[in-house]
Design a binder for this molecule. Structure first.
Ligand SMILES: [Zn+2]
Length: 426
């Protein structure tokens, strides 16, 4: 069981197909024209695939550049975030320090408040008039009085200083607390922004990476298409060369026939001139072009021992263009008829494969032997019916050891339109 995905996919392409079972006798020249037309189509297809590949590679390079830039941006964001976190740590240390100062100031404020309260009580309990009276009474003289009054004024001024100090410290505590809170809030906001940026960048990166994976899948698909198209092109080229040789052989045969006919005509004319009574001998028309047998049953042998495991015809919505013969162990694969190897190579889909061209009763046939473990013949080699060409295997697009065998009445072509069920021919 296997799928010849690549070649059968190509086979569905819109190409000029070789005319088969045509109303006129198809000449080798017609076949050559058809193959050349298919070759042109395949070359065009190959150019398109290569152009497509180039475009994808450019797209990938652009995307890679974007990804690189994004990675740099991600690294920068990470760096910025680390800086902010460091700043937050430093600010926290500053806050601790400031809190200590605030605590100290608050202790000072409390102590001072006790003092202020005491002073206020003293002043309330001792009205100023009493204080002045006492000063006058207790003063020895005017100088003493003035000195005492000055001291009282100092005490009163000192109260004033204490009150101002108290107000200033309270203000300082408030301002510093506010500043510290603002600084902390600003840093937290910066951090949140960076974290958001980081999340956005991570999402962008994921998206770009998905895109990149798609591009690589597309590239590998295009490369596969190029490979199989190149394979098809090489196969068509081999077919073209084989047909070209047939065309040249036809030309030589036609020239020989024409020469023979001319010689015969000259001889007949000479005889007619010599003996007027006798009628000219009828010319034997040279028919170098052999009649094409509509159906040529037989003439081939089964190319390997084993059971038929898959028949010819539609399978999985595609044409299974041959039959599968399976057996275990080392199973020799032989040429189904006398012929010339037109191609023996390793294909990605057919695996190790041998193509043989046969000429039987004026009809060209092409046989295909696929998934061989190895082949022992080379392109251009003449083979006899029953001659070993390889060993049954499991190479290419194949699951399990078997021989995939195709028979084409005429040349192999892209659409495999000449493929027939080989079983009745064996
Ligand atoms: Zn098969």
């Amino acid at each position: 069981m296997k799928k010849h995905t690549v070649l059968s996919m190509l086979a569905t392409g819109a190409f000029l197909l070789a005319p088969t079972a045509s109303i006129y006798a198809e000449t080798n020249q017609d076949k050559l024209n058809s193959i050349e037309s298919q070759l042109n189509g395949t070359s065009q297809q190959l150019d398109n695939h290569k152009q497509e590949k180039l475009q994808i590679e450019q797209d990938i390079a652009l995307l890679q550049q974007k990804l690189d830039e994004l990675n740099t941006a991600i690294a920068n964001t990470e760096q910025e975030l680390a800086t902010i976190e460091q700043q937050i740590k430093e600010t926290e240390a500053v806050i601790k320090e400031k809190n200590r100062r605030i605590e100290y100031l608050q202790v000072q404020i409390e102590k001072r408040q006790v003092l202020i309260d005491q002073r206020l009580r003293t002043l309330q309990e001792q009205p100023r008039s009493t204080l002045v009276t006492e000063l006058i009474i207790n003063s020895k003289n005017i100088t003493d009085l003035l000195e005492k009054m000055y001291s009282v004024s100092l005490i009163l001024n000192s109260d004033n200083d204490i009150l101002q100090e108290q107000a200033r410290d309270k203000d300082a505590v408030e301002t510093e607390q506010k500043a510290v809170k603002e600084q902390e809030a600003a840093l937290q906001q910066q951090k949140e922004m960076q974290v958001q940026k980081q999340q956005q960048q991570a999402a962008d990166k994921q998206q770009q990476e998905v895109l990149m994976n798609d591009m690589h899948a597309k590239l590998s698909q295009t490369m596969e298409e190029i490979e199989s198209t190149e394979e098809t092109k090489a196969l068509l080229e081999a077919q073209r060369q084989a047909t070209q040789q047939l065309v040249e052989a036809d030309k030589r045969a036609a020239a020989q026939a024409a020469a023979a006919q001319a010689a015969q005509a000259a001889a007949a004319q000479a005889q007619a001139a010599e003996d007027a009574k006798k009628a000219a001998a009828p010319s034997a028309g040279a028919s170098s072009q052999p009649s094409v047998a509509a159906v040529n049953q037989g003439g081939f042998i089964k190319p390997a021992a084993g059971a038929f495991t898959s028949g010819f015809g539609g399978r999985w919505g595609k044409l299974h263009a041959g039959v599968d013969i399976a057996a275990s162990g080392t199973v020799p694969v032989v040429a189904a008829a006398d012929g010339v190897v037109i191609r023996a190579y390793a294909s990605s889909s057919y695996g190790n494969v041998v193509f043989i061209s046969h000429r039987i009763n004026g009809q060209t046939y092409t046989t295909v032997y696929a998934h061989l473990s190895s082949y022992s013949v080379g392109t251009g080699q003449t083979v006899k019916q029953g001659q070993q060409i390889g060993i049954m295997g499991n190479t290419g697009d194949s699951q399990g050891q078997h021989l995939h065998f195709e028979l084409h009445v005429g040349e192999w072509n892209l659409a495999k339109s000449n493929a027939v069920n080989p079983v009745p021919y064996l």
